[in-house]
Design a protein around this ligand. Sequence first.
Ligand SMILES: Cc1cc2nc3c(=O)[nH]c(=O)nc-3n(C[C@H](O)[C@H](O)[C@H](O)COP(=O)(O)OP(=O)(O)OC[C@H]3O[C@@H](n4cnc5c(N)ncnc54)[C@H](O)[C@@H]3O)c2cc1C
Length: 268
Amino acid sequence: MIAGQCMVAITVTEPEAGNDVASLKTEAVRDGDHWVLNGLKSFITLGGDADILVTLARVDREAGRQGMAFFAVDRRSAGVSTSQIDTYVNRPAPTYRVSFDNVRVPESRRVDAGFREIMAGFNRERVMVAARWLGHMQNALNWAREYASIRQQFGRPIGANQSIAFQLAQCHVDVEATRHLTYHAAARWDSGVPIRDLILDVSSAKLLATQAVVRVTQAALHVGGGWGLTEELPAMRLALDALVAPVTVGSWEIQLRAIAREMGLPCD
Ligand SMILES: Cc1cc2nc3c(=O)[nH]c(=O)nc-3n(C[C@H](O)[C@H](O)[C@H](O)COP(=O)(O)OP(=O)(O)OC[C@H]3O[C@@H](n4cnc5c(N)ncnc54)[C@H](O)[C@@H]3O)c2cc1C
């Protein structure tokens, strides 16, 4: 994988198990030195292109969340089929439905990780995702500032109007606030604080980044006017791609719930 010779897709989400990962239904049943997988996954980024589908399945129905394990499934195994889900977002890395129909996976491909590890993984990913959207909004703001300086209407740059300039000034505050919160979470993680003790920092950074990126890219789109809606300018693509930010790796509501719980509120 590190050499770039093998592509992996994280295969967790199901049609009926989105944010509620614990309710997933894909099942793996032991058969000698193999496991037999059955189930349907959805929204798997690069699921149809990857060599290995790192798939979360239930191995013990009675054990609830503890009864889940990951399997490194070869996508070319008999019984694996994929079909693309067309989205308006993330087009360079398409998402797929992945179906497992009596797929035999050797015991050696069972990964020593399950629900607890994917949740810890999501917390780590939230810092990275905040950084990703920080870059995205910085890019959108850079573009909008430049466009507002050169686009002339009524004999002057549109950025000479306070109504436009103030929107971009507000975007600057969003970008810098996100930068500080994200770097703060990353620095604490780097300093050795275990990720489970960083939920407040990590969820706050993820929440702000994914709210701010929508605001900033919408402002950039607005600054672009009619041309912003064309493929000749980057504004629409930036705005469309930002719409996935609040959805993946725990939605806004999931981050708010985590923050509220860390604040000691009795939030279910
Ligand atoms: C482009 C893209 C790429 C993806 N890539 C992957 C991938 O590679 N691997 C993978 O496994 N998954 C992937 N996903 C799936 C993604 O993680 C899920 O879409 C996400 O978990 C949300 O699930 P859902 O769409 O079923 O929404 P739902 O969970 O049905 O949520 C719908 C709405 O209800 C709200 N909601 C849900 N529960 C609560 C609650 N308790 N309190 C308040 N509000 C709530 C949510 O916040 C949301 O607003 C991808 C999704 C997209 C769109």
